[in-house]
Ligand binder design. Structure first.
Ligand code: 5GP
Ligand code: MG
Length: 173
């Protein structure tokens, strides 16, 4: 069993001001499409997208799930929602919740490249650099964190804890 510790790892206020600063950097890119990897990045995507809104900016969702030994660099990542994706010649902002081994983001970027976008810029809320097994780096990172299992602000443990506005490092109960 797991429980929440007495204080969050990252407060809602800290997230809010970091999302503000990320947005002010990302605005300059004039993206055509935000592509959000469900489900973990839903809250981050909502907060970021409203801060970089432009008339032409579209939003689309894909889903990446790993199967096999997800800790291994060659774990298979299944991507759904690519059907009918119109990103040809478009400037794409790809958003995910967390970079762990790097496998998911690496696979997503590789798959999206087949659709000939003009560019793919990647942004993750959290990065666990020490866990990386695939040589992959996101263009924009919200927060660097240690190797702890985190939940909240979209991230789940067995589909729970997602709706918390803060990021928490789960503890053994
Ligand atoms: P990667 O493919 O980089 O190893 O893993 C990325 C995915 O694993 C994330 O999109 C997320 O779904 C899941 N993940 C990795 N670390 C954590 C964590 O600390 N907490 C939660 N809730 N999910 C994680
Ligand atoms: Mg995920």
């Amino acid at each position: 069993m797991y429980k929440l510790p007495s204080a969050p790892l990252i407060t809602a206020q800290e997230i809010n001001s970091r999302v503000d600063s990320l947005a002010s950097e990302l605005k300059a890119f004039d993206f055509d499409v935000i592509l959000s990897a469900l489900t973990g990045s839903y809250m981050f995507t909502a907060d970021l997208s409203r801060r970089i809104a432009t008339p032409k900016l579209r939003i689309a969702f894909i889903k990446a799930s790993s199967y096999g030994e997800s800790d291994k660099p060659n774990a298979n990542v299944h991507i759904s929602g690519l059907e009918g994706l119109d990103i040809k010649g478009k400037r794409v902002l790809l958003i995910d919740d967390i970079l762990d081994t790097g496998n998911t983001m690496y696979s997503l970027v590789k798959a999206l490249a087949d659709y000939s976008p003009a560019s793919i810029t990647t942004c993750v809320l959290l990065n666990k650099e020490s866990r990386r097994t695939v040589n992959y780096h996101a263009d924009f990172v919200g927060f660097e964190i240690e190797d702890k299992f985190v939940v909240g602000y979209g991230l789940d443990y067995a589909n729970t804890y997602r709706t918390y506005p803060e990021v928490w490092a789960l503890e053994e109960a």
